[in-house]
Design a protein around this ligand. Structure first.
Ligand code: URA
Length: 204
């Protein structure tokens, strides 16, 4: 179908929503990004994982969590006995925000306005999928889902029920594990994230 027919009203399915999001202009991040990286997974998913925003590799691939953070996420999800293919994986912000540094593009954190603008899409993804639980991977996702700042390292492993009844499970962002240098600390954090993913499985 021609792009012009696909307004944001065409939001009755995840596929329609994804097509509409391709031409999103709700915030300026579309200008420098390669493409919109929409959520991925079946509309029948029982759980939605929400990250922060696509990274360099996600921006190029057009798919969420396919870079380094996605790799560790995949492995630990699998260890927890969760089949990623049956889950829906998305981000609070759907365009890559970066600072050019030489040939590299360095991730830069989306601001409150960008998160707020992109909530329009996240709300609709949740509304269509109606999951048992939504997992906030890190502070940006928690902020978007709960509308307030959440201390994720303190609150991790907990479920917060929203006024609309949606259960939001709080945990860290998988890239937090990647940033830990000391091997023993990294292993410990990996273990905590695995426990969190097992807890998520029990909520599905
Ligand atoms: N980090 C995120 O928050 N989301 C992605 O899709 C990839 C990395």
């Amino acid at each position: 179908r021609p792009r012009a027919e696909l307004g944001e009203d065409n939001a009755g399915s995840i596929g329609g929503l994804r097509e509409a999001a391709e031409s999103c202009r709700r915030c300026p991040l579309w200008r420098d990004a390669t493409q919109t990286v929409f959520g991925e997974g079946p509309q029948s998913a029982e759980v939605i994982f929400v990250g922060e925003q696509p990274g360099d590799q996600e921006d190029l691939a057009g798919k969420p969590f396919v870079g380094p953070a996605g790799k560790i996420f995949d492995v630990i999800l699998n260890d927890a006995g969760v089949d990623r293919q049956k889950t829906y994986v998305t981000n609070a912000v759907k365009h890559f925000k970066f600072e050019p540094r030489g040939k590299r593009r360095i991730h830069s954190k989306p601001n409150a306005g960008e998160v707020q603008a992109c909530r329009w899409w996240l709300d609709r993804e949740i509304g269509l999928i109606k999951p048992d639980v939504v997992v906030a991977l890190g502070a940006t996702a928690a902020q978007s889902l709960l509308g307030k700042a959440v201390p994720v390292t303190k609150m991790r492993g907990q479920v917060i029920e929203r006024d609309d009844g949606l259960r939001v499970f709080i945990t860290i962002h998988p890239s937090f594990i990647l940033r830990i240098r000391e091997a023993a600390d990294k292993d410990a954090e990996r273990g905590r994230f695995l426990q969190d993913m097992k807890a998520v499985k029990s909520l599905m």
